[in-house]
Design a protein around this ligand. Structure first.
Ligand code: FES
Length: 125
């Protein structure tokens, strides 16, 4: 059986081959997240407005394999932007996906760029 986690691999900006047009900036909540779909992946995209930054990561929380991270609270942990899963509050760095309050494997993160008020997420294929 396919392990759904295998769909999600961290993408570095230097590896981006496809900039997927996700939605308009105004479609995303300020200081919050929304879920977008790209091929077989659900991606959580965060408008970290108070830092004027954008982040994207897998929507799948690896703790109980729930598609919930886009609904998580964002904040920072000693200067590292993070998302807290809304179910059991596991937290992950939005910069590199690291699990900040446990020993789970890192989640996949994806580059985001904004051009002409449109949000793009970078993928390798
Ligand atoms: S499902 Fe995300 S912390 Fe439990």
């Amino acid at each position: 059986m396919e392990n759904i986690l295998d769909r999600y691999k961290k993408v570095e900006i230097s590896d981006v081959k496809v900039w997927f047009e996700a939605a308009k900036v105004s479609d995303f909540p300020i200081d919050g997240g929304s879920c977008i779909k790209y091929k077989d992946k659900q991606i959580a995209v965060f408008n970290f407005a108070r830092e004027d930054k954008w982040y994207a990561c897998q929507n799948l929380c690896p703790h109980k394999m729930e598609m919930v991270l886009s609904r998580g609270m964002i904040g920072d942990d000693k200067g590292v932007p993070k998302v807290a899963c809304p179910l059991h509050k596991k937290t992950f760095s939005l910069e590199n996906g690291e699990n900040l309050n446990g020993d789970m494997d890192a989640i996949a993160t994806y580059p985001v760029k904004i051009e002409s008020d449109v949000v793009y997420v970078g993928f390798t294929e």
